[in-house]
Write a new protein. Structure first.
Length: 80
């Protein structure tokens, strides 16, 4: 069961613990992590997270290593 709230989204699972600021940061990072990101090769918004630092484009099939929670497209390492 995942508890999400209107105010702090997915961080709702922590209840009233840890403070608002930290819970807001967690909610923001988790939203970014699941979102579709832009592919560095075909430039489509179809890159999803496979695992820590591993991102794959559903459109062209490109798999690359980048940021752990958000793909850091500034320095992407290709593997064709
Ligand atoms: Zn692509």
């Amino acid at each position: 069961m995942t508890r999400r709230t209107k105010k702090i989204g997915t961080a709702g699972r922590f209840g009233a613990r840890y403070g608002v600021r930290v819970r807001k940061q967690i909610a923001s990072i988790e939203a970014q992590r699941r979102k579709k990101h832009m592919c560095p090769r075909c430039l489509k918004r179809s890159v999803k997270r496979e695992g820590t630092s591993i991102w794959r484009c559903r459109h062209c099939g490109l798999t690359f290593a980048s940021g752990a929670y958000v793909p850091n497209l500034g320095r992407v390492r290709y593997e064709d």
